[in-house]
Every structure is written in C-alpha cells, then in structure tokens.
Design a protein around this ligand. Structure first.
Ligand code: PLP
Length: 448
C-alpha cells in the first residue's frame, strides 16, 4: 500500500528533531493504522498504556457520552460523577487499606503528588524532620523534576543534574540477573539488599526518612524486572520499623499488567501510597491517580484538612469517564485471565525463540509485561557497546516489519544491556502473540 510520507520537519516538536514519525490515523484491537493503510501490531501498548487495545467500543461510547454531558468543572467548586464512580471502582473495597483516590493527568503528576502527600503526612503528624526519600538505581518515576530526582536512571538525570533535589538517595535495584553475585541464592540476595536499605536508613539518621519509593516490577529502565521473593516483605518491615511510608509506583506495572490488578498483590505487602497511570485510562484519555491509605487520609483530615497541592485538570470528567469504562471492562470481561494465559504463552514463545540465542541473556517479566535482554556475551553478560545503539536498530527493524515494540537500555557503566520490552493489550489473541515473537525474532537477527 502507498505510504503518505510526512514532510521531514513539521511544526510539532517531535521526540527526534531529525525525523517525523508516520501519521497514525486509526486503530482496532492490537493494531494501529497509518495514513496509507499499513497496520502496525502494537506489541508494547505504546509504553504499556493501551491495555484494552485501540478504539474499544465501550470506552469510545463512554467518552462520547461524557463529552455530551460535562467536559470540565474545576475541582475547587465541584466534584463530578465519573470521578466519584471511578474512585469507588478503584478503592471502594479498600484494597490493602487504600481508601481514597486523587486523580491527576498522568504518571509523573501522580508520583509528584505521592511524594508531596508523604511529606505533608509527616508535617500533619508532627514529624517535620522527615524530608528524605530513598529510591533505587535503575528506576524510572517520571520526567518532572521531583519524579526525576527520585528516579535512578543515570542517562535521563544527567542533563538536569544541577536542577535535581538532593532529598533523594538511591540503593541497589532488586535486579537478580545483573546484581546477584556469584554463589549467592535469592534469599541471600534479598538479605543483602535489605541490609543495604537498612544501612541507608541508619546513614540518614532516625526520624529523617519520609518514604521508600519503588516500582514493584521495574519497567522502562531495566526491562520488566520483578524483585526476588520476599524482597518487598523485607522492605515493608524496614519502613515500618523506621516509621517511614512505602510508596509503590505502579504507573507502568499496575492495573492488571502483571496478572493481578495491583502488582503488589503478588508480593504479600500493600503500600501506604500508590501511583498508577498508564493502564488506568488505557490511552483513551490522559489520566493518573494516587491511591492513598486510610491512615494518611485521616492524618490530613485531623490536621490542616487539605492536601496542599493541585493542578488545573484534577479529576477531569472526560478522563475519569474513560478510565471508569476501562476499569469496568477489565473487570466485567475477566481480562486478567487473558493477561495470565497470554502472558504465559508470550513467555513460552520468547523462551523457544530466544532461550538459546547467543545474544539474549535473559527472558523475564510477569503477565503481559515481558522483556528480553541483549548481551554481547551470554556467558559473561557483557552488554553491547551503547554506541552501537542496538535498541534503536531493533526498534526500526521491528517497525519496518509492522511491529511496534519498546527497546531501551544500553548503559556505559556496563550494569545492564539493551532490552526489548513487550506489553501488548490485554485483549491480545494467541495468534497475535505468535506474530509478535516471530517479527521480533526477525528484527533482532537483522539488527545484530
Ligand atoms: N513511573 C513509571 C514507573 C513509569 O514507567 C512512568 C512512565 O513511563 C512514569 C512514572 C511517568 O509517567 P508519565 O510518562 O505518564 O508522566
């Protein structure tokens, strides 16, 4: 089919200032349609966003209905029905003690709000010295300055280092493939990570840490890395012992992506504050949320009575209506069962295709959140030279084959290799999983 090539440079400042991506003009199921008619299989749901796929009729109708009812009413005057119903859907039965939801416009805003809520909580309960946050290296929490300060991705932080906050320190990631030492087993690895976190609490001093922040399954910066068994239980125990809060960033890994609605359900812990975003609105509208425990909400209510933070588009009615329908669809259509079944198939297919591949060191992940890690040498785990830009080459080889996947990585410090992240919509069918792996296999071989 003929491609309509967009001009090399348009008035939109694109991610790359050197090239303009093709125009996407339509979508259905797991497919995105370009101007000219080519169809691309959306194997990463964008950036793990499109959990229902594209143009799901239920959500399209819900958005259209809400646009006809009410598009905007400022939250300093009004609440709105979709926001109230969405909060009820998310925390109505208080999962893990999470009692209220605060709606923002995306993941970075959710993380910023989570950090500020933690700070305000300690002001309300008379512990103003708690100003420090501990996070992990090789994590990503967003691109705004607070969230970027929390994140541990050296490449993203570097240009803005002079603008970042020193309220954050970073401990080792729970990344078994890269961080587990020779002769160490999972319990010993977990114990070492817990000891390091404990030492960081000690170094910062009693009563100074507000919260520990982590992604339950690390997404973009490390490539679908779940923690070893027992890690989050150890973390929870350390936070509790030091009187600090646990903030979990489920912006990418949450809302069913790993097979349970919340990734923390598989860890045997629950957070005090949780950030969610991508799968919340499924891409139908920009929306994120902070889920807050009853204890934190009560402290604010007993104290100043208001969260001292806000944005113009809090609890946007159209965004909430879209997210509400996405959440109801996931629940009513039992889509988590498909996440588990298709996630297992994806893992199986990836292992068959790449398990013995000379340049694939690891196949990992949970649910429909999977990655392969590429290495120069499988035995030594030596990554490829980042200057080769292998991840960009795989991305373009895959795209040329009608596959959108999410390659990232390659760090000069040699602590991780390039990886390709896959996060297809929860409605993906078995034959589509097979197409993903087939096209990815061809792309990897062509790029190497
Ligand atoms: N936290 C995590 C774990 C993420 O993966 C992301 C985005 O990729 C963010 C926060 C930031 O979300 P957003 O891009 O919606 O601001």
């Amino acid at each position: 089919m003929t491609q309509i090539a967009p001009p090399r440079r348009t008035r939109v400042l694109h991610r790359s200032s050197r090239e303009t991506p093709p125009l996407a003009v339509g979508g259905h199921g797991v497919w995105i349609v370009e101007a000219g008619g080519r169809e691309v299989l959306d194997a990463s749901g964008g950036a793990a966003v499109s959990c229902l796929g594209h143009q799901h009729p239920r959500v399209v109708e819900a958005v259209q209905h809400q646009v006809g009812q009410l598009c905007y009413a400022h939250t300093s005057f009004f609440s709105n029905e979709p926001a109230e119903a969405l909060a009820e859907e998310l925390v109505g039965h208080e999962p893990g003690g999470l009692a209220q939801a605060y709606f923002v416009a995306g993941g970075s805003e959710a993380v910023e709000a989570a950090l500020k809520l933690a700070r305000q909580y300690f002001l309300e309960i008379g512990q103003p010295r708690r100003t420090r946050f501990i996070a992990r290296r090789q994590s990503y929490h967003g691109n705004t300055l607070g969230a970027l300060s929390a994140g541990g991705n050296a490449w993203r932080r570097a240009p803005y280092a002079p603008m970042l906050s020193d309220a954050f320190s970073h401990v080792s990631p729970a990344f078994a493939y890269r961080e587990m030492r020779e002769g160490e087993d999972e319990p010993a690895f977990t114990a070492r990570l817990a000891a390091e976190l404990e030492a960081e609490f000690q170094r910062l001093g009693p009563g100074s840490v507000a919260a520990f922040l982590a992604e339950p399954v690390v997404g973009a910066t490390a490539g679908c890395v779940p923690a070893p068994t027992g890690y989050f239980r150890a973390v929870r125990e350390i936070c509790d012992r030091h009187g600090a809060l646990l903030i979990l960033d489920e912006v990418m890994s949450g809302i069913g992506r790993t097979g349970t609605l919340h990734a923390w359900e598989q860890e045997g812990v629950s957070p005090d504050i949780q950030a969610i975003a991508k799968g919340l609105g499924g891409g139908y509208q920009p929306i994120g949320a902070v889920l807050v425990s009853g204890a934190v909400v009560d402290a604010i209510e007993r104290g100043t009575g208001a969260f001292q933070h806000g944005h113009t588009y809090l609890a946007h009615p159209v965004a909430c209506a879209a997210a509400l329908e996405v959440q109801r669809t996931i629940r009513e259509e039992g889509l988590l069962a498909n996440v588990i079944a298709m996630g297992e198939r994806l893992e199986r297919r990836l292992t068959e295709r790449f398990g013995n591949h000379h340049h694939v060191g690891d196949v990992r992940g949970r649910g429909l959140f999977r990655a392969i890690e590429l290495v120069e040498d499988r035995r030594t785990k030596e990554p490829f030279d980042p200057a080769l830009k292998l991840n960009a080459r795989i991305k373009s080889e895959a795209f040329a084959r009608g596959l959108a996947c999410y390659p990232a990585g390659g760090t000069a410090d040699g602590r991780r290799g390039d990886h390709v992240l896959l996060a297809p919509p929860y409605i993906v069918a078995a034959h589509e999983v097979d197409v993903i792996v087939e096209r990815l296999g061809e792309a990897v071989d062509a790029a190497l």
